[in-house]
Design a protein around this ligand. Structure first.
Ligand code: DX5
Ligand code: ZN
Length: 225
């Protein structure tokens, strides 16, 4: 039984504002905050590491006054090191980079923590869990991609729960969150939570209604409530 809990941790919901109305982003962030989100997931795409371009540090800075919730910044950027300070200064709380986003992952993670931010590593669907094996002491969060990054609204990759199980066994009892991103709706949420995920990113399934009162219900459904 899932019931909004994964073993000892409550499930956190991180709506991806990639699926929000970009013309009203401040309002949208306030709406998901008031509807009870845990994190605000911010998808940053560079048109190089992934085939799409989205949000820069200026937008993150502009959104910061709209919510005190954790800003969970997912950088789909390579090379990423030159941009980390700007996203830290803009008000990100968690900064997640892809394992392939630079030649020296360990150094990148030290850079993030050195700026006083929580450090995350994202694993693409084709990236093995072992990519984080030797940096576990420098990670606060691992973001498992359950779609290939670049776009919202894609189908959940079925091998993801097994990958999360293997990752959970690698992480052991370390204080590291396991977050999943892509194609998350109540059915896939249940599968990944059962496998060990503790944070669920959801773009389409939260914002599809485009009406504020339904954001809370969509998040409750993901929590299994
Ligand atoms: C994909 C992004 C995701 C995406 C999720 O590259 O990292 O955060 O927006 O969107 P849905 O929930 O629509 O699959
Ligand atoms: Zn994301």
């Amino acid at each position: 039984m899932v019931s909004g809990m994964a073993a000892d941790r409550p499930i956190k919901i991180a709506p991806s504002i990639l699926s929000a109305d970009f013309a009203r982003l401040g309002e949208e962030v306030r709406a998901i905050d008031e509807a009870g989100c845990d994190y605000v997931h911010i998808d940053v795409m560079d048109g190089h590491f992934v085939p799409n371009i989205t949000i820069g540090p200026g937008v993150v800075k502009a959104l910061r006054p709209h919510s005190a919730k954790t800003f969970d910044t997912h950088l789909m950027v390579a090379p990423v090191d030159p941009f980390i300070a700007a996203f830290a200064d803009a008000g990100s709380d968690i900064i997640t980079v892809h394992a392939e986003a630079g030649p020296h992952l360990d150094r990148t993670l030290q850079l993030i923590r050195g700026l006083g931010k929580r450090a995350g590593v994202s694993l693409n669907p084709g990236t093995p869990v072992d990519a984080v094996a030797w940096v576990l002491d420098k990670i606060d969060l691992i973001l498992v991609m359950s779609v290939n990054p670049g776009f919202g609204g894609q189908s959940f990759i079925e091998s993801t729960p097994e990958k999360i199980r293997r990752l959970k066994s690698l992480v052991g009892d370390r204080d590291i969150e396991i977050e999943v991103d892509g194609g998350i709706e109540p059915g896939t949420a249940r599968q990944v939570v059962e496998a060990g995920a503790t944070v669920l990113v959801a773009g389409t399934s939260v914002f599809k209604s485009k009406t504020r009162p339904e954001y809370g219900a969509a998040m409750a459904a993901l929590r299994g409530l």
